[in-house]
Design a protein around this ligand. Structure first.
Ligand SMILES: NC(=O)C1=CN([C@@H]2O[C@H](COP(=O)(O)OP(=O)(O)OC[C@H]3O[C@@H](n4cnc5c(N)ncnc54)[C@H](OP(=O)(O)O)[C@@H]3O)[C@@H](O)[C@H]2O)C=CC1
Ligand SMILES: O=C(CO)COP(=O)(O)O
Length: 328
């Protein structure tokens, strides 16, 4: 299959970074943004200043407000916008094409993973999931980054990974779409929790415990959903959990710090917080855990804090007084 041209839909930080990565890989890239004035500004200045301030874009990236189809399509809008975005695209333009899902979240209302949304809206598209430890600023600047690219056909996934790989962007091919999608969505929920630990000054030991117990909870969720816990040993699991749960660069971690400092979700959002996917995903993950009968005390705790039903001190006391149990 021809894998020369790439369309990235989503003019935010991640869409712009992935467009840049694909251009570094030698592909001809169209970056689809919402407004034509935005596209013109990007093409003239060779920057997407609102999304990635100061980052020059390679000549291979051209912005447009129109989607016209290409060999590879990458979706990079927030998880809650994917369905709306797809409703504006003729599914015939995606039929038989690799469509790479790069948003990290579960859909409110339907509890759907990104590839389930794609299946609803464009059933003949070929789904791939890209996830892993990768801040947009690092990818766009050409700093070394490795991610997981999961698809159903091993050979086609390897070909796609090769088409997107560049000197500083290294996709590892994998086959567990479910595991990768759940890992990407849940790490944002645990990043909120770890940020809250920092904001409430509960200490580095508590944060490390949260990461380890979050990993265990994630494994229960992935297994219950039909994915493989083994996937979590890789970039999309351990890799992204480590990055997002320890770095103040993470928007989810930053949001968590504000929660831990006692601010409400409404106040943080009203204060202009950047996108933190874990806020929308926490209640969805909780509903999913309950529907699957998975024990998920950390997701439950984050949901309660995000929704303003409990303060951090009460949550910590509750978690620490759970009955003692065997670790595995
Ligand atoms: N930033 C990062 O480092 C990484 C992000 N991701 C994931 O990528 C996804 C997107 O994040 P990111 O790019 O950082 O977020 P941003 O907030 O930077 O950008 C989101 C972009 O999506 C656009 N958008 C929203 N809804 C629609 C729609 N219906 N149609 C067209 N465009 C739309 C927004 O346009 P407008 O501004 O006009 O609303 C905006 O340009 C998230 O799921 C995130 O978890 C994954 C890895 C790394
Ligand atoms: O997913 C990311 C890095 O892998 C980005 O994390 P944040 O959305 O929390 O900034």
């Amino acid at each position: 299959m021809q894998l020369e041209t790439v369309t990235v839909i989503g003019g935010g930080a991640w869409g712009t970074a992935l467009a840049q990565a694909a251009a570094m890989a030698g592909r001809q890239v169209r970056l689809v943004v919402r407004h034509s004035a935005q596209a013109e500004a990007i093409n003239t200045s060779r920057r997407n200043e609102a999304a990635l301030p100061g980052q020059a874009l390679l000549a291979g990236v051209n912005a447009s407000a129109e989607f016209a189809g290409s060999d590879i399509v990458i979706l990079a809008v927030p998880a809650q916008s994917t369905r709306t975005l797809l409703s504006t695209i003729d599914p015939a333009l995606l039929a038989g094409r690799p469509v790479v899902l790069s948003a990290k979240g579960l859909e409110i209302g339907t509890l759907a993973r990104q590839s389930e949304i794609l299946f609803d809206m464009a059933p003949e598209a070929v789904p791939y999931v890209l996830s892993g430890p990768s801040f947009a600023v690092d990818v766009a600047a050409g700093r070394p980054t490795a991610v997981t690219l999961a698809g159903d056909d091993a050979s086609a996934t390897s070909d796609l990974a090769t088409a997107l790989a560049g000197p500083s962007f290294r996709p590892y091919a994998a086959d567990d779409r479910i595991g990768v999608e759940i890992a990407g969505a849940l790490k944002n929920v645990y990043a909120l929790a770890c940020g809250a630990v920092e904001g409430a000054q509960l200490g580095a030991s508590a944060r490390a415990a949260l990461i380890a117990r979050g990993y265990a909870e994630m494994a229960r969720m992935v297994t219950a959903m039909g994915g493989s816990a083994h996937t979590l040993t890789g970039l999309a699991g351990l890799g992204d959990l480590t990055l997002t749960c320890t770095s103040v660069q993470s928007r989810n971690y930053q949001f968590g710090i504000a929660l831990g400092a006692g601010q409400s979700t409404g106040a943080i959002i009203a204060g202009g917080a950047k996108l933190a996917e874990g806020v929308a995903t926490a209640p969805v993950a909780l509903a999913l855990a309950r529907s699957l009968d998975v024990d998920a005390p950390l997701i439950e705790a984050v949901d309660a804090v995000v929704a303003g039903r409990a303060d951090i001190a009460t949550i910590v006391a509750g978690l620490m007084s759970r009955p003692l149990k065997r670790e595995h």
